[in-house]
Design a binder for this molecule. Structure first.
Ligand code: PNS
Length: 161
């Protein structure tokens, strides 16, 4: 059986915490789709295409396996994408109980909508404090984000600041 999982998120920008979860999940499934989704609740820093490109470069830079596809989705429900590509599992990185509280209702709704299961994965605790919103804030105020993001992301944010 060809097991396909999806790691959805805003990835604005991708962090070392995201990359850690992507690498762990890629080892558990035949195919892993990293799906950049527009989140209307957040004001975006990077265009979707740039986020996709930075994730692809970060995956190559980290030497992650070749079973990872990076793409984006902007129309309809997340589970519609899963159904379209035959994915049965969503992967969410969990840093704290706050993430559990935020993700649990979405996991139940996604299962009710389309039978898509959600698996919560724990990143390396070294990344537990890292979030894209923190990176956006530090970067916008001129701080060094290199400890929190892949090198390509740090270089890009440096180049546009
Ligand atoms: O990185 P983020 O911003 O926390 O990711 C949130 C995201 C994009 C995964 C979430 O907003 C989402 O699942 N959006 C898809 C919209 C959807 O299908 N909603 C209904 C079921 S919860």
């Amino acid at each position: 059986m060809n097991r396909i999982a999806v790691v959805p998120g805003s990835f604005d920008p991708v962090t070392l915490g995201h990359l850690d979860v992507i690498g762990r999940a890629a080892g558990l499934f035949d195919q892993l789709h990293v799906l950049v989704v527009h989140n209307p609740d957040k004001s975006a820093l990077l265009p979707i295409a740039k986020r996709v490109s930075l994730i692809e470069q970060a995956i190559a830079e980290a030497g992650l396996p070749g079973n990872i596809l990076v793409t984006s989705w902007s129309v309809g429900l997340l589970v519609d994408y899963c159904t379209d590509v035959g994915a049965t599992v969503l992967i969410k990185g969990i840093r704290s109980q706050v993430d559990v509280a935020y993700e649990t209702p979405m996991a139940i709704v996604n299962r009710n909508l389309a039978g898509v299961e959600t698996i919560f994965m724990l990143p390396d605790p070294a990344h537990a404090h890292v979030s894209s919103s923190l990176v956006r804030q530090v970067s916008s105020l001129g701080g060094d984000v290199a400890p929190y993001v892949p090198r390509v992301v740090a270089d890009y944010l440096q180049s546009v600041s």
